[in-house]
Design a protein around this ligand. Structure first.
Ligand SMILES: N[C@@H](CCC(=O)N[C@@H](CS)C(=O)NCC(=O)O)C(=O)O
Length: 203
């Protein structure tokens, strides 16, 4: 059975949600962040030397990095679900968003989050960080102006990969800043598979 090494309040939710959408059986191995430092416990180092979540074990394969896990699970178990047909324009959009979520969109959000903890000393950085946040979140928001999903007309791995970005964006910028992203967060959270994943793994 697939094992999901799951840290509370983390990107691991992408993987439990995906597994629920695919209707696969899985076992959650839970880890709790240190309440002060928010770091993962050393026990997570036993499954992968980076000590980050998510990580999955599927038979002899141990896979880290959420985008790679999403791609692996859909390729191996999707049977045509949750990804567009290869060699189509939609497939190219899908690959773009799978990489974009962690490769570009998360950086300004993480910078905002960490520099906010520093207070005024980080103030000189804020205009650049805020500009990049506006750039990336404005782009994502525009993508959803006339569609329910980031690619095509149904759920794909791109939506699952982007949920951590759109939820983090709402937390940092507020629910009124990017209305299409907020609506996306609500629609995805209402899906039965998402709800089951949160019940089993926690937010
Ligand atoms: N780009 C990686 C990021 C992995 C990552 O940083 N995970 C965070 C949780 S969201 C973590 O494990 N943090 C705990 C720590 O750094 O100790 C992915 O998408 O899987």
């Amino acid at each position: 059975m697939i094992e999901v090494h799951h840290l509370n309040e983390s990107r691991s939710r992408r993987i439990t949600w995906l597994l629920e959408e695919l209707g696969l059986e899985y076992k959650i191995v839970k880890y709790q962040r240190d309440p002060k430092t928010r770091l993962a416990p050393p026990a997570l180092l036993k499954i992968h030397p980076l000590g980050k979540a998510p990580v999955i074990r599927d038979g002899d394969e141990v896979i880290f990095e959420s985008g790679a896990i999403v791609e692996y699970l859909i390729r191996r178990y999707g049977n045509g679900r949750l990804a567009p047909t290869p060699d189509t324009s939609d497939y190219n959009r899908y690959i773009e968003f799978l990489h974009y979520a962690e490769g570009s969109a998360m950086l300004p959000l993480l910078l905002k989050f960490y520099t906010s903890c520093l207070g005024e000393v980080a103030a000189p950085l804020w205009p650049r960080i805020d500009g990049e946040m506006q750039n990336h979140l404005g782009f994502l928001n525009d993508q959803l102006a006339s569609r329910d999903f980031f690619v095509g007309n149904e759920l794909t791995g791109a939506d699952i990969q982007l949920i951590f970005v759109t939820q983090f964006a709402e937390r940092l910028a507020g629910e009124k800043a990017f209305l299409h992203l907020t609506a996306f967060n609500r629609r995805m959270a209402a899906r039965p598979a998402y709800r089951r994943a949160m019940e089993k793994g926690g937010e």
